[in-house]
Design a protein around this ligand. Structure first.
Ligand code: KIV
Length: 307
């Protein structure tokens, strides 16, 4: 299913499936660690980025409602709609040859009732080209998850820091620091597993709590700001690439400084345009060799390939 090296050439191109992801559980109640590398999930919002992340060996691409912040520029994820998630999902699906594509259920698309949750999950599968959906919450949404799973739609859970509850939580704050709160997060994760979730995101919780949850549930945990003892990790692509300048959480390691590269390239472009050194001859088509109104000498192959 996966190659030993994630260099973009040794990763087989067959689609990653939900049963394969479940089988990547490394440490759990049944013992471990199992064979196979930890799961690598990254968010993606468009075709070009999805192609690059897929080529780089990402196992899952998440069209996260984080797009409200990193693509649309809002302060929270709350304004994102199901139609917007579906629009980005279709683009990402076209670029994801191997990676499994997960769609985030936006705020108020699943909270109101199990039926609303099922209908919106169905819409996301039909119109967003998703292969599974993810939703935030624990015990109180177990029935909603059960209804979606019963319809044959795989669900990924998400516990700990819930960005859709940012106002209730008083900000984007680490969860599960007090004993009673840690028990709540553990209960939420167990409820997601019991309801049929095939994997669970653990966001912004202490690493020992993440480790305890990972050992207590039989499905893979995918951490973000939850330490190394999870079955996988997830990052927002613009954080990983050093492109999102508005917020920089402690857990978001920048694996590149693409933001700086973009700014430098843009400065070079602006300078060359203003100096008149771009476009040079190499970026210019062959001249016609006649003036409009004069008889042209036609070359049937000229301009055959514009790109
Ligand atoms: O919306 C998102 O990008 C997410 C990840 C950070 C897990 O939920």
């Amino acid at each position: 299913m996966y190659g030993p090296v994630r260099d973009g050439t040794s990763v087989p191109r067959s689609k990653v499936t939900v049963p394969q992801i479940r089988a990547r559980k490394r440490v759990g109640p049944a013992g471990g660690p199992a064979a196979g590398p930890a799961i690598a999930m990254i968010t993606a919002y468009d075709y070009t980025m999805a192609r690059l992340l897929d080529e780089g060996g990402a196992d899952l691409l998440l069209v996260g409602d984080s797009l409200g912040m990193v693509v649309q520029g809002h302060k929270t994820t709350l304004p994102v709609t199901v139609d917007e998630i579906c629009y980005h999902g279709r683009a990402v699906a076209r670029g994801a040859e191997r990676a499994h594509v997960v769609g985030d259920m936006p705020f108020m698309s699943f909270q109101t009732s199990p039926i609303a949750a099922l209908e919106n999950a169905g819409k996301m599968m039909k119109e967003g080209a998703f292969e599974s959906v993810k939703l935030e919450g624990g015990v109180e949404f177990a029935e909603h998850v059960r209804r979606i799973v019963c319809a044959g739609i795989p669900v990924m859970g998400h516990v700990g820091l819930l960005p859709q509850s940012v106002h209730a939580m008083g900000g984007f704050k680490v969860q599960g620091k007090r004993e009673d709160d840690a028990e709540r997060v553990l209960r939420d994760a167990k409820a997601m597993e019991e309801a049929g979730a095939y994997a669970i995101v653990l966001e912004a919780i202490p690493p020992d709590l993440a480790s305890q949850i990972t050992q207590s549930v039989g499905v893979p945990t995918i951490g973000i700001g939850a330490g190394a003892q999870c079955d996988g990790q997830v990052l927002v692509c613009y954080d990983l690439l050093g492109m999102y300048r508005s917020l920089s959480p402690k857990f978001a390691k920048k694996f590149a400084e693409v933001g700086d590269t973009i700014v430098a390239a843009t400065r070079d472009y602006v300078r060359e345009v203003s100096e008149g050194t771009f476009p040079a001859a190499a970026h210019t088509f062959k001249p016609n060799g006649f003036r409009v109104g004069e008889e042209p000498e036609l070359d049937p192959l000229a301009d055959a390939h514009v790109h």
